[in-house]
Write a new protein. Sequence first.
Length: 508
Amino acid sequence: MTSTLQPARTAEVEKRPGRWLALSVLVLAVLLVAVDATVLGLATPYISEDLDPSGTQLLWIGDVYSFVIAGLLVSMGSLGDRIGRKRILLGGATAFGAISVLNAYATTPELMILARALLGVAGATLMPATLALIRNLFHDSRERSLAVGIWGATASAGTAVGPIAGGFLLEHFWWGSVFLINLPVMAVLVLVGIRTLPESRNPRPGPWDLISVLLSLVGMIGLVYAVKEAATHGFTGTTAGTGLLGAAALYGFVHRQLTMPIPLLDMRLFRSRGFSGAVLADLLTVLGMSGLVFFLSQYLQLVQGRRPFEAGLAELPAAVGAVVAGLVAGRAARRLSVRTVVSGGLAAVGLALAVLTVLGRSTGYPILGAALLVVGVGAGFSFTVTSDVILSSVPKEQAGAASAVSETAYELGAALGIALLGSIVTGAYRDFAGPAGTPAGAHESLGAAAQAAAGMPPHQAEALLDAARTSFVHGLHLACGAGAAVLLGASAVAWFLLKGQKLDGGRN
């Protein structure tokens, strides 16, 4: 059994043999999730052409995964603490691979949305378990910082592997093939993980409260759905009612946790300013970056005319920057300070997003590539250090629940970002004035406009695409500007909330 059941007595015992080999299995799970998240954006134009979703359905395909995973992460993290993190990780990975097949062979927008939702259920088991196992594998603070850096660097590497592998597949096979690449990764993870991963759990877990699970799920989905609908269609009675239901469910969840002898999530964790500051920084960072992340592939392919593989390569600087920054982030935070590294990283991302507000349809790649490199470096520093802060702030018995809070902030930020910033892009795009004979569906998405243009006379098709691309780029400018404001605000918040926070052996 792991150290949760047999506490280490000396520093030598704490350095568990085989921990680095076990880490290699954990990063495969991270790679699985990262690749899936990135290939969806690359495949979006093809999904639009094949399944013909409306603009709203396209946003749902993009964000329903985040909605579901955000609603279940805390519950699944707590479940892993109770039944065993190895068990839930391997079971979730198996389900993730199987449901990827359903994504690959979806034949309607509705089925695709359902498949993405089910993938969110499986995905909710993976990320909290990986971070929690790192917390229990690495007791030395410096080793743990390096392990977290490798964990974060792998996630960033997945954002590079996903577009490149996905671009290659899209040029040779149908769009569903990008989901099938999950299968070999899942197979290796499960087969090797069975032999190398130690089991760990909370020795005094308490019951897994189903009422709390339901309240968390209803609260997260209800609140995020209300924000999405309000941003897209304005406030309505249904939107307000859904938002109130979500808020009431979250209030009930928090109240129930405070009154339970052994809660699903210990709300006292948020009394730590460092823990709360790190969680809030993660949420705001992902929210601000989501508009760029979700629409960048469409810009590269449908505006600049790059092939899928070329578009994947064009996104590589962000991943490279994040990998390098993630590997040195712990050392930088000890030499400088936690708040300097996190706040500085967020400010760098904000400034890079501000630069992207001048993107044009024919902007040269050096400007875009340099901005993406800065985004990657800033995000790599910030995410790695905040993850280390969150893990270091809690006892190892609660590592699953704490990791789930961190991942919930990430997924909630992604869902809100796609809902809010995605709605900005969609709203700006829909206002373009196309030539006579432009079908109404062309105003739903840029992919729909490209499809409509294929059936029009050449001069009308060119006029339609020109208007649609110009309008899309304008929407992307607005989203990048809003994202820059959010990131610069997050930098200021992190500077104040992380004051005095340090990693073991580091400076304030």
